[in-house]
Design a protein around this ligand. Structure first.
Ligand code: ATP
Ligand code: MG
Length: 465
């Protein structure tokens, strides 16, 4: 779809929306490029009803109201937007006064959430370029913005957004698109470009580095040269992100339906090494075709496929895959050092988790640990324990994980096939299969030898059996 842009259509937005809250753009401002309704493909039918209602209600209350961000970007690209964000000159309190179903959230960025049934429309007041020392803005010594609640004009808001294609504003006034930063051209050329100086913008908020990779993967865009160069140079800043925000971003990176490409780009740009340093180290030792790299890529491919089919994906399985490489190394080490299987498992899980800067919350961490703990049981087991494993509530996830390890070349084909058949076999067939167990399966767990020496003790933190 060719997008025609009228450079001559620069008009002062103040003329467009006479409003008491409006701040005049700086004198050297180049003004927006206006793409008229007839010249773009975003129609009101693309906009979810709650977002449309918010836009109209703000307009009726004499505020400026624009759709911005992923909603505009994705519709123009012919994609289904995940959500619709609204930008306005109404202050958060004014937004709250306009809607009965509205809550103000966020300290770092104060936002209004307008609730419609299960839907939330995020309404952000235009941000301005606050001065350091201002009460509403807080910047640390490394340039990171800790708080930013200075309000400004539409134009100022545009320059403070992250990527040019995320700073396109769809006006509910005349259905045109306002572009201050060259976003339409970048959209057409499929380029992801950070607005302003990338080194400064990544320092202000290192999460933008992860967003760069996420959008490049999702949209199939190339990263503009400096946007990519600064990413590589500043990748270490990822360690400044709080664990909670890092976890949220990881979910968006790996459970957004484009995990395989995201994983590849994260590694290519040197970011994965800061997210999962121990895993990256194992991949480097084993090589790109080694078991860990193959297992992870396959985990991402499977997750993308499940999402495409509308099936569920769980962070527990994802993080189990992300931490498995280092865990397996420690497990092997511990067993070789003569530890019992049970002790080795506890030790390996503790060390693997300690090496992960980002971990899921407890409700996912426990099933993640169970997936790990059950793995040796597929390989070393007695007939009785094989049957017990089938009844374990985490059997299905652990079995899927076994197949993933098989993809990495860690688990013999025969063992995978045996478990695939065993779990669906009728009672009689099951007994026959137990007689024909593959060699590794028939092996007694290393812990057995040790257990005979003393009373059986369950190690702390072992949640299986
Ligand atoms: P999607 O919702 O599809 O993940 P999005 O672009 O809408 O993509 P959101 O996280 O919903 O992303 O944010 C909405 C908009 O807010 C973005 O498009 C961008 O303009 C702005 N934004 C979000 N996070 C940042 C950030 N860290 N720095 C600057 N601007 C941001
Ligand atoms: Mg969005």
């Amino acid at each position: 779809m060719p997008i025609r842009i009228h450079q001559s259509d620069r008009l002062c937005v103040q003329d467009f929306f006479p409003d008491p809250h409006f701040t005049k753009p700086a004198a050297d401002s180049i003004g927006p490029v206006i793409v008229r309704r007839a010249e773009h493909t975003l129609s009101r039918s693309h906009i979810a009803a709650p977002a449309l209602k918010v836009l109209y209600r703000l307009k009726a209350a004499n505020y400026q109201a624009f759709l911005v961000g992923g909603g505009v970007r994705d519709v123009l690209l012919g994609l289904q937007p995940k959500d619709f964000d609204v930008a306005t000159n109404a202050l958060p309190e004014q937004v709250r006064a306009t809607f009965s179903n509205c809550r103000l959230i966020g300290r770092r960025f104060r936002l209004a959430h307008v609730h419609f049934g299960g839907h939330i429309v995020e309404v952000a007041t235009f941000r301005g370029a606050g001065e350091q020392g201002d009460d509403a803005v807080l910047v640390d010594e490394r340039g990171r913005v800790l708080r930013d609640n200075v309000y400004g004009s539409l134009e100022e808001d545009a320059w403070r957004r992250d990527f040019t294609v995320n700073a396109l504003y769809y006006s509910i006034e005349d259905f045109s698109i306002h572009d201050y930063v060259g976003g339409m051209a970048d959209l057409q050329n499929r380029v992801l470009r950070l607005i302003g100086d990338p080194w400064t913008r990544y320092r202000e908020d290192p999460v933008r580095m992860l967003r760069a990779v996420r959008f490049a993967a999702k949209l199939g865009f190339s990263l503009e040269t400096h946007t990519a160069q600064a990413l590589r140079e500043l990748s270490g800043l990822l360690t400044d992100i709080s664990p909670a925000r890092l976890y949220d971003e990881c979910l968006k990176l790996f459970l957004g339906g484009h995990a395989a490409q995201t994983f590849t780009l994260l590694r290519e740009h040197g970011l994965f090494a800061y997210l999962f340093p121990a895993t990256e180290a194992v991949i480097r030792r084993e090589g790109e075709q080694g078991p860990t790299a193959r297992l992870l890529l396959q985990a991402m491919v499977n997750s993308d496929q499940r999402i495409a089919e509308g099936r569920s994906v769980t962070p527990a399985f994802l993080f189990a895959a992300l931490g498995w490489g280092p865990l397996r190394e420690v497990l092997d080490e511990c067993i070789q050092a003569g530890m019992s299987m049970a002790q080795a498992r506890v030790e390996a899980i503790q060390r693997a988790e300690a090496a992960m800067p980002v971990l899921p919350p407890r409700r996912f961490r426990t099933p993640m640990q169970e997936i790990w703990q059950l793995q040796p049981r597929f390989e070393f087991t007695t007939a009785k324990r094989a049957k017990a494993l089938l009844r374990h509530p985490r059997f299905r996830a652990a079995y899927d994980f076994l197949l993933l390890r098989g993809h990495g070349g860690e688990v013999p084909e025969a063992l995978q096939t045996w478990w695939t058949e065993f779990q669906v076999a009728a009672d009689e067939a099951r007994e026959v299969l137990l007689e024909q167990r593959p060699e590794s399966l028939a092996k007694a767990p290393p812990s057995r030898r040790r257990r005979r020496r003393g009373p059986r003790r369950r190690p702390e933190g072992d949640v299986t059996s």
